[in-house]
Design a protein around this ligand. Sequence first.
Ligand SMILES: C[S@@+](CC[C@H](N)C(=O)[O-])C[C@H]1O[C@@H](n2cnc3c(N)ncnc32)[C@H](O)[C@@H]1O
Length: 472
Amino acid sequence: MRKNKQKTPVILENLRVEDFAAEGKCLARNDGQVIFIEGEVAPGDLVDVRIFKTKNSFREGRAIAVHEFSNVRQEPRCQHFGTCGGCKWQHIQYETQLDFKTRQVRDSLDRLAKVPHPGILPIIGSAQEYGYRNKLEFTFSSNRWYTDAEIASGDTLERRAAGFHIPKRFDRILDIEKCHLQPEPSNAIRLAIKAYAEERDWTFYDLIKHQGFIRNVVIRTASTGQVMVIVQFGEPQWEAINELTRYLQETFPMISSLHVVVNEKVNDTFQDQDVIHVSGTPYIEEQMEGLIYRVGPKSFYQTNSDQAYTLYKITRDYAQLKGDELVYDLYTGTGTIANFVARQAAHVVGIEYVPSAVEDAKVNSEINGISNTSFFAGDMKKLLRAEFFFEHGKPDVIITDPPRAGMDADVVEAIIAAAPQRIVYVSCNPATQARDVAMLSELYEVKAVQPVDMFPHTHHVENVMWLEKKAQ
Ligand SMILES: C[S@@+](CC[C@H](N)C(=O)[O-])C[C@H]1O[C@@H](n2cnc3c(N)ncnc32)[C@H](O)[C@@H]1O
């Protein structure tokens, strides 16, 4: 006889949620054991939790019922909240979100870096709690995620969707009626493309079989008011593609840069695909203090433009430039920080992995009449060596803005060997920043710590640290 392998679910009842935890979760305790909780919970709630993972020292689960609501809660604005993974903290008051982000930075410094610091400056919140993103990517798919309400309605279930991936599900798309993250015409354009495709009975991309015509759309809305749209298709049906682009041009005259991509690969990134420029300018422009940044379809640009400006001003303040310094901007991306500080420095060297980003960085210097920058493409740990410093000079100031993984140990060692007077460390992950700062602390002391919130209603936090060479 076959054994029934189905286990009875473990449900822990009436747990008082104590605090936030890493990665946007919350935590409670059951008989002293830590329980990490996913789902719509807030510190102070009284909840039931269905356990899905048990380890020796902790368990993980999902909140399935809330008996008492915490007073740090607020009404989420978005109709898709709870299903969409985009802004998981909408039910928590913004002030509470900011307090936790500050605490995350402090805890990382105290517990991981264990270095003395002058205290954490009050976090700078985003002036816009919604509508702060300048870029969103929506997927068209025939693999729609059905909400409980759709299933309960008893209506025939529509298979097509245009929206976002369900968390942890590469194969299911939540249909989005209105997203509050990006200003209009973002919703209007997505909805219009979807309606146009439905009326013509176009096939929506099937994420499992990898076939179908309309695939996704990237919409970029610059702070200058310029709008870029990139529509991606899974099949080269040019007549239909041209019809849609004509329709978009007529219906949305504010689209200043229109592109299409025919992508027949399995994954939907178009970094390695031909992007065909259809109309308007091939790029849109962002502006900061009179500096113009060109953003092409493949270019990286910080997704919250207003807070990026705040972040860069802090970075420049901490760099304390007088005009005669050689500055290195590590992980420069499209050279945004390098160009931002160039007028206050003798020369800025930017280093970045992605060759096309380096090309963008050079163009951004050129169009702004900046001639004291040079940019190099390559892997940081291979490039940043004694020979590089010998050839391009030892920096007086290093600005570094690595990805979430932080800096490779070789890179930290190279920085220590170069021994600049000052380091400004911009980070989107306080834990890896703390780890790197611990290594740097043999030579550097922490002068200032300034968290900045780029992404309201998410657990992400950006942090800028000023490190100064210790007096010998
Ligand atoms: C957080 S972004 C910094 C962006 C830029 N400072 C800005 O504000 O626009 C990190 C950058 O590091 C680059 N990067 C990641 N790993 C790298 C590596 N091993 N070597 C060089 N650059 C790398 C990424 O391509 C990305 O552009």
